[in-house]
Design a protein around this ligand. Structure first.
Ligand SMILES: Cc1ncc(COP(=O)(O)O)c(C=O)c1O
Length: 410
């Protein structure tokens, strides 16, 4: 025990993704090294806390080696189930060095930030960042002596003017939470690199399939795997994939924090990953159909879908993304809290609940909290996640919702 695993009749290489394959092929093959699968198609479930050693000398030799990467050592350092999923996510990001997994997307965001920031540093944060990310910056990071400056998500290369002596990291989230501004990632990365500033991107909306972040120069690419990787709304999980030079620091920080993702959750996420490319294609097609349908409705003031010209930063989307996913927002023209609630409550197929990225459609009221001012979209926002149901049925449901909105609106 306490050693590498290899199938008895195998050369140990097994199936694994290659940079030459298309992303849809890579989600099928990635992370399936025979060392991890032992010949089973998908990596099996290895649960462990204690790992047994042959004798004291073996235990001491393993501990002395220091680097326990991909070695059975103690449950907190992982088993082949977690390593296989981490490898798979690394293989989806051409140029990446390695991936660490976390018990949620928020845990991934916070560990990534802690791995690059120290007291006295400044973090630049988009005003459209996911709320708990902003709360962490204004909470624990502030307590630990890290200052945060908010920036307009559409600032682009103008971010160079905000980079000061103490600026250590820029977080990006593209498109932004709730309001979907698409950032000029190449311009921000270029400004950051010119000043030796680290870039972190919350890439949950696009996944590496639609936006290969490391290839685009991002240093740490963050996913709430809870969404599209898992895809079935039954697991909380996060990942950070590190670009060249960032994995050792990320892993070391995460080990110190005691971070470990449950093997059961990683096993489910690996199952989800295999179908992510086809699921994303369907989410994309149905969400675009719904977004265009909404854009033509007189009850709708604007549609915030990155693939539609009405979305701020749309030109960046067209230039940089390989496609869109299933999450977007729209504004109910001149609506109020009550008429928005009437719209959402009238929906039969759209569930009302947090998160997104699963097979089912969801609708929530979206109320952005902003430091730099909330943009006026012409009415209250509704965020939709378009699931895998028949798109005609979804449109009929939204039509029912709009009738209820009209009735409540007077
Ligand atoms: C953009 C984004 N990042 C991170 C997260 C956090 O993920 P989790 O819910 O797995 O903590 C979410 C959750 O909704 C999200 O929308």
């Amino acid at each position: 025990m306490g050693q590498r695993l290899v199938h008895p009749e195998s050369d140990g290489s097994g199936m694994s993704g290659s940079d030459e394959d298309q992303p849809a092929t890579r989600v099928v093959t990635a992370g399936r090294r025979e060392e991890w699968t032992q010949g089973v198609v998908n990596p099996p479930l290895w649960r462990a806390s204690t790992i047994l050693y042959d004798d004291v000398a073996h235990l001491r030799a393993t501990a002395r080696r220091g680097d326990t990467h991909h070695t059975l050592y103690y449950g907190r350092r992982g088993t082949p189930t977690q390593w296989a999923l981490a490898d798979a996510l690394t293989e989806l990001e051409p140029g990446a060095e390695g991936t660490f997994l976390y018990c949620s997307g928020v845990a991934a965001v916070t560990a990534a930030l802690l791995s690059v920031l120290k007291p006295g540093d400044e973090l630049l944060l988009p005003d459209s960042a996911y709320d708990p990310t902003t709360s962490f910056a204004g909470g624990l990071l502030k307590t630990f002596g890290v200052a945060t400056r908010r920036y307009d998500p559409l600032i682009g290369g103008g971010i160079a003017d905000l980079i000061g002596e103490t600026t250590r990291a820029i977080l990006l989230e593209s498109p932004g939470s709730l309001t979907f501004e698409v950032q000029d990632v190449p311009a921000i990365v270029a400004a950051a690199k010119a000043r030796g500033v680290v870039t972190l991107l919350d890439n949950t909306w696009a996944t590496p399939l639609l936006f290969p972040a490391i290839e685009k120069g991002i240093d740490l690419s963050i996913l709430a795997c809870t969404k599209y990787v898992v895809g079935h709304s039954d697991v909380m999980l996060g990942s950070v994939t590190a670009g060249p030079g960032f994995f050792a620091k990320l892993r070391n920080t995460s080990f110190q924090l005691g971070q470990v993702a449950s093997p059961d959750d990683c096993w489910l996420a690996a199952r989800g990953l295999r179908t992510m490319a086809v699921r994303l294609k369907q989410h994309e097609a149905s969400a675009l159909t719904v977004a265009h349908w909404l854009a033509d409705r007189t009850e709708v003031a604007t549609v915030l879908h990155p693939a539609l010209p009405s979305c701020p930063g749309h030109a960046h989307f067209v230039r940089d993304f390989k496609g869109s996913s299933g999450l977007f927002a729209f504004a109910l023209k001149d609506g109020d809290e009550a008429s928005r609630a009437a719209f959402i409550d009238a929906l039969r197929l759209f569930g009302i609940g947090y998160s997104w990225g699963g097979f089912e459609s969801l609708a929530i009221p979206a109320d952005p909290h902003r430091a730099l001012g909330v943009p006026d979209h012409g009415g209250p926002l509704v965020r939709l996640h378009i699931g895998l149901e028949d798109v005609g049925d979804l449109i009929a449901d939204l039509d029912r919702g709009l009738a209820a909105f009209r009735a409540a609106h007077g």
